[in-house]
Design a protein around this ligand. Structure first.
Ligand code: SF4
Length: 441
């Protein structure tokens, strides 16, 4: 096995946070989260993430916290609980929290319907200080977007939509249990644009069963033709031991490590030729998109949804499994929907896990975020005391994957695909035996 294939097969976190959610512990509960909520400064701009954990059906490849909801009563009970949680969080804050960005994720947020989304927004407005929003984004399943729904979203103030496109090859769609013909995706795109929601993200996946370079090329051509402003291209993480639905995936049809490397290279080359700028490890954006602008100006960040231009330090997550980044640390809600609902409807915070930041965590988080966003980092005085970590980087330098100076660590072009591995060197929670994460490429 070549070094590149060996490194690509290594399992490491995606570092949407540091420490990663896998390293949270039960030492953080509702009392700690309440204290941290009280530390949010009165006029500080805060982002809100609303996690809707339900979908109509579960796709074979899904790695999200999502459950199938076939009865409306389940969705109604969820809505009531989400409104209750917003009120509970507001009660623990030190005055009205100023929300200036909203992101709906899931699951399938549109399962709430326009009325459900409106009622949650109205609860946010009643309980918190929500004025003009810098961004109001929602994840959408293209199979659920028609002209009326798109108009309704625009009326609710939605400014950006992320469409789960994954792959447009019918054979791949069949293998992942998600049928959405290209014409259906196009209709969703047209409906959103007609409604005035022009900032469109596509979520795409490589490393899926039956995906080949030829099929991926066709998907890429169609995607470029649909002209989204932003694309996130994730490597499929096959973890059937943790995700029962992924056991429906035919493992023999999955591309191997070298094929994944080739697919990742094809995606990068094709989208660059089509005029997209590469952002970090897995995003692409048109030069005029705020993400590309932020990347050029050094304002790119990493949060639980990936790369973002969101400059806010505080993020409040609502819904089961949602993670908040508060002044003192991370606080994650109960992942079990029933446990989460029981807590919030009893007017309690549903925090179950988390991590309180130490000075060392903040320093390592800065290094890791900088590496993940810019493929380089300045080494400050405190970093030079990480002698063990700096020694672990030497083999990467000898392979030409990084350049390590006294004041800067920079990945070379050939080192960029391995940035997660290099970031992991600064992660004090990682061990070589770690098997719960996805492949590095
Ligand atoms: S992939 Fe998306 S639509 Fe499919 S089950 Fe998961 S969250 Fe739901």
């Amino acid at each position: 096995m070549t070094l590149a294939r060996h490194l690509a097969a290594a399992r490491v976190p995606r570092y949407t946070s540091y420490p990663t959610a896998a390293d949270f512990t039960s030492a953080v509960g509702p009392e700690q989260a309440a204290r941290w909520l009280g530390e949010i400064k009165p006029r500080e701009s805060v982002s809100a993430y609303l996690h809707v954990p339900y979908c109509r059906d579960i796709c074979h490849y899904c790695g999200c916290h999502a459950k199938a909801a076939r009865r409306e009563s389940v969705v109604d009970a969820f809505q009531t609980a989400l409104r209750a949680e917003i009120a509970v969080v507001a009660r623990h804050a030190n005055g009205p929290v100023r929300i200036d960005r909203i992101a709906w994720g899931g699951g399938t947020p549109s399962i709430l319907g326009l009325g459900g989304l409106a009622s949650i927004l109205s609860q946010l407005r009643d309980s918190l200080d929500m004025g003009a929003l810098a961004e109001h984004a929602i994840e959408l399943d293209p199979r659920n977007v028609d002209p009326g729904f798109a108009m309704g979203l625009a009326a609710l103030g939605v400014t950006r939509a992320s469409l789960g496109v994954q792959d447009l090859d019918p054979a791949v769609q069949e293998a992942i249990g998600r049928f959405q013909p290209q014409t259906q995706v196009r209709r969703a795109v047209d409906a959103l644009r007609t409604a005035g929601i022009g900032r469109l993200n596509f979520d795409l996946v490589y490393g899926l069963p039956h995906q080949s370079e030829a099929s991926l090329r066709q998907t890429l051509d169609a995607v470029v033709d649909l002209a989204p402003s932003r694309i996130a291209f994730y490597g499929y993480a096959h973890l059937p031991a943790r995700r029962a639905n992924q056991r429906l995936i035919d493992e023999s049809a999955l591309p191997g490590t070298q094929a994944r490397l080739d697919q990742a290279a094809l995606i990068g080359d094709t989208l660059k030729t089509a005029g997209f700028e590469r952002i970090g490890i897995d995003h692409f954006a048109r030069p005029s998109d705020p993400l590309a602008v932020a990347a050029r100006k050094g304002g790119l960040h990493r949060n639980f949804q990936g790369y973002t231009d969101d400059p806010n330090d505080v993020l409040i997550g609502f819904g089961p499994s949602a993670i908040s980044k508060l002044p003192g640390g991370f606080a994650q809600n109960a992942s079990d929907i029933g446990h989460w609902r029981a807590d919030v409807t009893a007017s309690k915070l549903a925090t179950r896990r988390g991590h309180g930041f130490t000075g060392d965590d903040r320093n390592r988080a800065r290094l890791i975020e900088s590496l993940m966003c810019t493929f380089s980092t300045e080494l400050e005085e405190a970093d030079l005391r990480l002698a063990d970590e700096l020694a672990l980087l030497r083999p990467f330098a000898m392979e030409g994957l990084i350049e390590l100076g006294r004041a800067q660590l920079r990945l070379t072009e050939s080192g960029r695909p391995f940035v997660r591995l290099i970031a992991a060197v600064f992660d004090r929670f990682r061990t070589e035996a770690e098997q719960t994460f996805s492949e590095a490429v």
